[in-house]
Design a protein around this ligand. Structure first.
Ligand code: ATP
Ligand code: MG
Ligand code: FE
Length: 355
C-alpha cells in the first residue's frame, strides 16, 4: 500500500509518500518539508494569516515534488492522507481541501488524520514499536503525556494547564532578547551558564495528576531578568541554564510518575517504552533527563530522528496507512477541519459539551 500524506497544520508545509509493506513495515519513500520559519521570525511567532497564504503558495509544488522524488504519479498512490486538526484553521483548510480534491478527482480514499496521532504513531514507523507504549509530545503547541493503546485508541494522562514547553522556551528567549525560535537559542546560551544560580519554581511537582504548567516558570524568569540591570551575557547564560534545570527536574517528577503508572497498569509487558516527539525533543538536556529516567525505570527510550519529531508529512501518511490497515475509513465529503481535536475520546467529548 502506498499513500500520499499532506501536512499544513502549523508553520510547515509538507508532503510525503510512504509505503506499508505486507509485513506491516513502513518505508518513507519521499518526504519534503518547507518551513516558514523565515516568514514568521520577524514577528517572534507564527502569524496565522501569513501561514495560510504560504501553505496555499507552496503546497501544490511540494506534492508534485514528493511524487517525483518517490518516482510515482498520483495513479500509483492507493490513498491520500491529510491533517485535519488540531492546528491553525487556515492552514488546515488548505491541506484538507487539497487532499479532498485529489481524492475526489482520482477516486481514491481520503484519510483525515489527527496531527497528534501522526506524532503518536511515528515510533511504529521508525522502530516497529508494538502497543501499548507511552508518548511524550513536547512542541510549540503541545505538551502531553499520552498512553498509546492502539490506532485511534489513546488516553491522555497529562497536558499543560497553561503554556506548552516549546512556548515556554520561546517566551523565555524573547524576554532575554534571544532570537526566535527560542528553544535552540536558550539551549545554546545555557551551555555557558551556571544552572544552580537561580532556583526557579517547579510547578505541580509532587502532585499525583500528571499535568504540566510552565507559565509560573516564565514569570520567575522575567522577575530574575528585570532584577538584574543591565543583563550581561553571563547573566543570560545563567538564567537559561537554571531554566533548563527547572524543566529537567519538573519532567523527572511528572514523567517518572507516568512511567510508574504505566508499569502498574501493564506489569507483564516485556519491554515497556517511552517515545518522545515534538521540536523540543531536540534539546539535549531534556533528552538526557528522559534517558536517565528510562534507565532507572527499565524502560526503552525511543527518540525518532529529529526531522520526524518535528512537523512532517511522513507521519501523517503513516497514520493514514495505519488507519487503512485497521479498516477505519473516513467519508471524504463529511470531514471538516478542526482547530481543536484532542486525541482521547474523553477530552474530545468535553469540547463537544462546551466545557
Ligand atoms: P505543533 O507541532 O505543536 O503544532 P510547532 O510547529 O510549534 O507546533 P515543532 O515544530 O514540533 O512544533 O517544535 C517547535 C518548538 O520546538 C519551538 O517552540 C522551539 O522553540 C522548540 N525547540 C526547537 N529546538 C529546541 C531545543 N533545542 N530546545 C528546546 N526547544 C526547542
Ligand atoms: Mg513547527
Ligand atoms: Fe506537531
Amino acid at each position: 500500500l502506498r499513500i500520499l500524506g499532506i501536512e499544513t497544520s502549523c508553520d510547515e508545509t509538507a508532503a510525503s509518500v510512504v509505503v506499508r509493506h505486507p509485513d506491516g513495515q513502513g518505508e518513507i519513500v519521499s518526504d519534503v518539508v518547507l518551513s516558514q520559519l523565515e516568514e514568521h521570525s520577524a514577528f517572534g511567532g507564527v502569524v496565522p494569516e501569513i501561514a495560510a497564504r504560504a501553505h496555499v503558495e507552496a503546497l501544490d509544488g511540494l506534492i508534485e515534488e514528493a511524487l517525483t522524488r518517490a518516482g510515482v504519479t498520483l495513479a500509483d498512490v492507493d490513498a491520500i492522507a491529510a491533517t485535519s486538526g488540531p492546528g491553525l484553521i487556515g492552514g488546515l483548510l488548505v491541506g484538507l481541501m487539497t487532499g479532498k480534491a485529489i481524492a475526489r478527482a482520482s477516486g481514491k480514499p481520503l484519510y483525515a488524520v489527527n496531527h497528534l496521532e501522526g506524532h503518536a504513531l511515528t515510533a511504529r514507523l521508525t522502530d516497529g514499536l508494538s502497543f501499548p507504549y507511552l508518548m511524550l509530545l513536547v512542541s510549540g503547541g503541545h505538551t502531553q503525556l499520552v498512553l498509546v493503546k492502539g490506532v485511534g485508541d489513546y488516553e491522555r494522562w497529562g497536558t499543560t494547564i497553561d503554556d506548552a514547553l516549546g512556548e515556554a522556551f520561546d517566551k523565555t528567549a524573547k524576554l532575554l532578547g534571544l532570537p526566535y525560535p527560542g528553544g535552540p537559542a536558550v539551549e545554546k546560551a545555557a551551555c555557558m551558564g551556571d544552572a544552580t544560580r537561580f532556583d526557579f519554581p517547579r510547578p505541580l511537582v509532587g502532585e499525583s495528576r500528571l499535568d504540566f504548567s510552565f507559565s509560573g516558570l516564565k514569570t520567575a524568569v522575567r522577575q530574575a531578568a528585570t532584577a538584574i540591570q543591565p543583563l550581561t551575557e553571563q547573566d543570560i547564560a545563567d538564567i537559561c541554564a537554571s531554566f533548563q534545570r527547572a524543566i529537567s527536574r519538573t519532567l523527572k517528577d511528572r514523567i517518572g510518575r507516568g512511567l510508574a503508572r504505566f508499569s502498574e497498569r501493564f506489569p507483564d509487558l516485556p519491554e515497556p517504552a517511552l517515545v518522545v516527539a515534538g521540536g523540543v525533543a531536540a534539546n539535549l538536556v531534556l533528552r538526557s533527563t528522559l534517558e536517565e529516567l528510562c534507565r532507572d525505570h527499565r524502560f526503552r527510550f525511543i527518540a525518532p530522528p529529529l526531522r520526524l519529531c518535528t512537523d512532517n508529512a511522513a507521519m501523517i501518511a503513516w497514520a493514514g496507512l495505519e488507519r487503512m490497515a485497521a479498516g477505519m475509513p473516513d467519508d471524504p465529503l463529511a470531514v471538516a477541519p478542526r482547530s481543536r481535536w484532542p486525541l482521547d475520546a474523553e477530552a474530545a467529548a468535553l469540547i463537544g459539551s462546551g466545557k
